[in-house]
Ligand binder design. Structure first.
Ligand code: CA
Length: 376
């Protein structure tokens, strides 16, 4: 099982786009036009066949299956008028070329994580997760009711892209290490796979940050290309088999506290959809977004039990003074980022204001309840 994901991820299948889809679409359109339908009616009859590329191995638990879930929902709700064929990383384009492929219209859709594109869109990091930032519940609140999604759309508009929230893993784990982390000194010289702003923090702590896609992580860690990696959490990390090559599994995931995944749609493709199909895409995206969090919530602890009890993984908490230092360095990284990029400054201001106000209430609701539940 573990091997299957790795092989699927590493293998680059050279699939040629055959282009028959659009021909069928055109035929459906022509037939309707011949039948004397108005322009609007023909659009309502037209079948759209889209391709979605992803940054995950095909059908990878949670992340990859969310893309499939979205595709199935859209097909059923539209009664086959919109078909979205999902491709795993490397099948049509490599994982880290998803953004460009959708932006350029090579394919209509992508599924991945916004922070992979921080080199093109510095503010994108906030649409995945800022270190010590929002949890999943808060992230969804900010995106859908706090102005976050509007800012995301504005940030991606120059790339002819329309983003949607495409899932959330909940708080992640800090990652897999082959050395114990007892002080910030233990991060010095550490070469770690950690994307987004978390990576910048590790650099400030004296380590090295590398961004490589999930499918290549096992080999990179096994061969010593990296010394440590963060990925997601027990459910996903067990699937990749990191316990076979790393000893210590640290928490909490200060670097990804409630990370949103993204669904991106080429804006021109989006504009070509009739209103009812756009509504179906919006509803399916929203449902898939929530569905992923539900799945991780249900499956993470069972996977953690397997890792600890069957595979003897050493579960460790990051010491408080290390977390305090990482938080201090995160604040520096954020300050430098917003000083350089006006859009990042606006997005951060919105997210930070939301976090401050929601934290006040969560202190007396979520936090107080977690504590109350433990009282006996
Ligand atoms: Ca991660």
């Amino acid at each position: 099982m573990i091997k299957k994901w790795r092989v699927a991820a590493i293998t680059v299948l050279l699939i040629t786009a055959c282009g028959d889809n659009s021909v069928e679409g055109q035929q459906a359109l022509s037939q309707q036009e011949v039948a004397g339908g108005s322009g609007d009616t023909s659009l309502e009859q037209k079948q759209f066949k889209w391709k979605m590329v992803t940054t995950w191995p095909k059908n990878f638990p949670g992340l990859g299956t969310a893309a499939e879930h979205f595709s199935e929902q859209v097909e059923r709700m539209s009664k086959g008028r919109l078909i979205v064929k999902v491709f795993g990383a490397g099948q049509l384009v490599p994982a880290l070329e998803v953004f460009d492929a959708v932006s350029q219209g090579t394919v209509e859709m992508g599924h991945g994580a916004a922070y992979y594109w921080k080199g093109k869109v510095p503010s994108s990091v906030f649409f995945t997760s800022a270190p010590f930032g929002l949890n999943a519940q808060e992230m969804n609140g900010w995106l859908h009711y706090g102005g976050g999604l509007e800012l995301w759309r504005e940030a991606y508009a120059p790339f002819n892209l329309r983003p949607f929230a495409g899932g959330n893993t909940g708080v992640q784990m800090a990652g897999w290490f082959n050395r114990e982390i007892n002080s910030l000194d233990d991060i010095k010289g550490l070469k770690m796979r950690i994307p987004g702003l978390g990576g910048e923090v590790i650099i400030r702590a004296g380590g090295e940050s590398v961004t490589i896609p999930g499918g290549e992580l096992y080999t990179a860690l096994q061969t010593g290309v990296i010394d440590a990696t963060e990925w997601v959490g027990p459910y996903n990390d067990l699937a990749f088999g990191f316990h076979q090559i790393a000893k210590y599994y640290y928490y909490p995931g200060w670097q990804e506290t409630g990370p949103a995944l993204e669904l991106i749609i080429n804006q021109t493709a989006w504009d070509s959809l009739p209103d009812d199909l756009q509504a179906i895409v919006e509803a399916a995206a929203r449902a898939s977004n929530q569905d992923m969090l539900d799945e991780y919530t249900a499956r993470n602890n069972a996977a953690l039990v397997t890792l600890v009890e069957e595979h003897d993984v050493q579960l460790r908490v990051l010491p408080d003074d290390v977390l305090i230092e990482l938080h201090r360095l995160s604040d520096q990284v954020l300050a430098d980022l917003i000083a350089k990029d006006p859009m990042a400054k606006r997005v951060y201001a919105s997210q930070k204001a939301f976090q401050d106000q929601v934290s006040d209430y969560h202190k007396i609701s979520e936090e107080a309840y977690y504590r109350a539940r433990r009282l006996r």
